[in-house]
Ligand binder design. Sequence first.
Ligand code: ASP
Length: 500
Amino acid sequence: MPKVALHWQIILGLLLGVLVGLAVNITWDAGTWRSMGVDDPGRWLAGVDAADVPEGIDLDQIPASDRAEKFPNAQAGPAAKGARFLRDLNDFVGSLFLRGLRFIAVPIVLFSLIVGASSLNDLSKLSRIGGKTIAIYIFTTAVAITVGLLLANVIQPGRFVSEETRDGLVSTYAIEAEGKIQAAQAPDVWETVLNIIPTNPFEALAAGNMLQVVFAALLVGVCLTLIKKEKAAPVINFFDAMTDVVIKIVNLVLLLAPYAVFALIASKIADLGLDVLKALAVYSLVVVGGLAVMIFAVYPIGFRVLGGVGYKRFYKAISPAQLLAFSSASSSATLPVTMECCEERLGVKEEVSSFVLPIGATINMDGTALYQGVATVFIAQLYGIDLSIGDQLTIVLTATLASIGTAGVPGVGMIMLVIVLQSVGLPLEGIAVILGVDRILDMCRTVCNVTGDAMVCTLVASSENAIETEEQVEARLRAMRAGGLDEHPLEEDELDQAAG
Ligand code: ASP
């Protein structure tokens, strides 16, 4: 049987996950549970077993409502147990995969950034690449918010939601929204900058504070270039080898990807369904449309103007990272795969990718910024509040800062949205309205975040002549195959192609 390339396996997992999730969402309801003897599905799925029924009590004699209250789930049979087992198994596979990726996230940023910074062995090169990287990151983020604001002002998604729908959504999601509002802290500029510097770098590593880890790694990397070469060499070699070790672990974790993608998507879609999506269809479409404009128009224009690789080659190479970004909704978790795609499949030199990508996964969130722009205007429209040009400029500024401060994990973009709303004095309960669709939009915006990181990495690499041509990539992969080194799961399709 021919071997199917990993990214096709992932796509298959994704599609099957959507189908199964939808089927479960549509067909499975409280009645289905009741027919299996489960009166309280919440308790049952939380693993609380059926209540014991004292001897002498005949459940069939008790009215259903009393029975559900006194002896919940007492009649749950093997079918209910089977359903619960399948769901637990599904959750297990998804969590196992995400844990595997999270396991690598901090070490890969640390090791690869130290190697990246120390390999740019003179400070002028480091500041040149660093300057370019940060400038393009901030520029693309500002463009993203502007695209979001333009679309939201022109299409006015707020017009499509009635007041009743709005109030209904506010009351349904009020408690959850309150949690997000509490979690958001208005940033104080001085404090934000101070917070980048860890008081204890080991604590930063243990807590997974990415911005602090980036800072510490850059500092160690730069200082390695400032001490005696013979002293620095073994340390750099050590971190270099550790980076390879981590990439090896990524390859192992990725073997689980197709199943995990299925599991993650199926359970999300089964829980969420498409109902809320319907109420907020226009808003969701504006966000997704804006993200598509970034991915299919703005980035390609960037490639055209600033040079770099062909559009098709770029997307083919990074598709596994995009698929994982979609299913995990986390740019941090996707980072190891983004690095693998850029280095192995696009041929970007490690000295650039190991520097540009970890920083990007931490601070560059084009998709999140765009979403924050659309969401802010949408909420203003829902509450009939006009936003002046000055307000919109404030949004560009705060959303740029908020997206930089957004951690690359699921759902944080929405917490940071609270800060943007506050900056222009909009009602915070507005986030309750959009909460129901947030996860799906989170998945989409993470794809844009990761694509933006990879595109900036490619641009910087091209400008530094640190990227292979397509032929070189193919030749390298062919040589690896000939040498029996084809252990990278992501390379299979390239290898197949190279082999004709
Ligand atoms: N989930 C996004 C990411 O990891 C961040 C967000 O917008 O919530 O890139």
